[in-house]
Design a protein around this ligand. Structure first.
Ligand code: FAD
Length: 389
């Protein structure tokens, strides 16, 4: 069957069967638990649509797929600033739930135990806490929202064009190809989530799988599936490379039982013996940025990625913007880990990750893991002739 990929994932170090097996047995179950913990389920984000492009377009007024922001009583004490001023009461939870007030004045004290440094790979100023709000990711799953048309198309066009217009032309160097593959892999993953959680029938509010979307947007293009696996392995490599940092990080949310669980799940994931035996190096970043043009190329790719990150502020649907920003920030964090330092021994001394970056990174890995699992299951179903398009 054409959906079944065999052999090694291009530019990676593990084959499809191994990835599917490790994901099903180890990664997916651990990640699913991890993202539910209080540390990982609250994401700090500036949801205001602050688009530096296309000002004439009133896309930010779309409210049909809005995000439910956290009431301040909900997020963990240790995430809160000591001094708080409440913002105006007009910030209603837009999904119609009663919890209303939102604190947009979180200051740096909220990030005790974590550094505040800007990520050179992303556009957002991570140290700027004004207009920030907390979102409970568990209450706002990435799924079908109905966002499409020119606004959505323009974002994807901008993301790809600013990037590598000539792909798959051969002159494209390996580094640029990798940026393209990361974006395409993320795009596949978003499409898979739309397909796996789709509004089938509006009248009865019935949600379920939409296999046609799954096929026509992702499965029928071997490259899109391949790029999804590539992106998954790339982010996995970043996580395991930063294992020492992530193991020692501060997961305190004021709930000792939950926080111990978070720590233990992290350890399980980072040092899983099956993962280390079957896929010890999911991606080999040491091969990149070599040669004379290395440093210049890195800056160029960094600038391109920053642009992609800026474009996320133009996504005209709040929930799509939330997940777009989170996942691009997760990719930026992976890039920062993989390309900040070449030698692994010194990584722990040099690497500085913010709490929010770690939350984005692990939630991104979980999303990719879900997509890989769904693609694998649907591919298997198609091969057995159980699926018709
Ligand atoms: P699109 O997915 O818009 O694709 C546009 C074009 O890009 C395609 O025609 C194709 O040429 C190319 N392309 C598509 N997939 C790939 C790939 N994997 N690799 C390379 N090229 C590709 N909608 C929701 O319902 N829920 C969401 O959570 C959501 N989040 C979004 C987040 C972002 C950042 C953006 C930009 C959009 C989001 N959308 C979301 C909208 C959704 O991604 C689609 O744009 C929309 O459903 C329309 O789909 P489409 O079939 O026109 O193709």
């Amino acid at each position: 069957g054409k959906h079944r990929h065999k052999g090694t994932v291009e530019d990676c170090c593990c084959d499809y069967e191994t990835v599917d097996h490790l994901n099903g047995e180890v990664l997916h179950p651990i990640l699913q638990e991890l993202v539910k913990t209080p540390f990982f389920r609250y994401y700090k984000v500036k949801l205001w649509c602050d688009c530096p492009f296309w000002p004439e377009d009133h896309m930010c007024r779309l409210r049909d797929c809005s995000v439910c922001e956290c009431p301040e009583s909900e997020f963990p004490d240790s995430f809160k600033p000591f001094q708080r001023t409440l913002s105006s009461g007009d910030l209603k939870c837009r999904e119609g739930k009663p919890q209303a007030a939102v604190d947009r004045t979180l200051d740096s004290i909220a990030f005790r135990g974590w550094t505040e440094t800007d990520n050179p790979w992303t556009y957002d100023d991570e140290t700027d806490n004004s207009e920030m709000t907390y979102v409970n990711l568990q209450l706002n799953p990435e799924r079908y929202t109905g966002y499409n048309g020119t606004s959505a198309r323009r974002i994807w066009d901008a993301v790809y064009s600013g990037n590598c217009p000539k792909y798959p032309a051969e002159e494209l160097c390996q580094e640029e190809k990798i940026l393209y593959k990361l974006i395409s892999g993320l795009h596949s993953s978003i499409s898979v989530h739309i397909a796996s959680d789709y509004l089938i029938d509006e009248a009865t509010n019935l949600w379920g799988h939409n296999l046609e979307i799954m096929y026509y947007r992702v499965l029928q293009y071997p490259n899109r599936v391949e790029n999804l696996y590539f992106t998954f392995l790339f982010v996995l490599r970043a996580v395991t490379k930063a294992a020492e940092f992530l193991e020692q990080a501060e997961y305190d949310t004021g709930n000792p039982t939950e926080d111990l669980k978070t720590q233990s799940l992290m350890k399980q994931l980072l040092y899983d013996p099956k993962l280390q035996a079957a896929c010890p190096l999911p991606f080999d970043e040491a091969k990149l940025w070599k040669g004379r043009r290395g440093p210049e190329l890195k800056q160029k790719i960094q600038a391109q990625f920053k642009n992609i990150s800026a474009v996320m502020d133009c996504v005209g649907c709040e929930k799509c913007r939330l997940w777009g920003k989170l996942q691009v920030s997760g990719l930026g964090t992976a890039l920062k880990i993989l390309f900040s330092v070449n030698d692994e021994e010194n990584l722990i001394q040099i690497l500085q990750l913010q709490r929010n970056e770690v939350i984005a990174l692990m939630n991104l890995l979980n999303r990719l893991s879900e997509s890989v699992k769904f693609v694998h299951e649907m591919g298997a179903a198609a091969e057995m002739g159980r699926m018709h398009y």
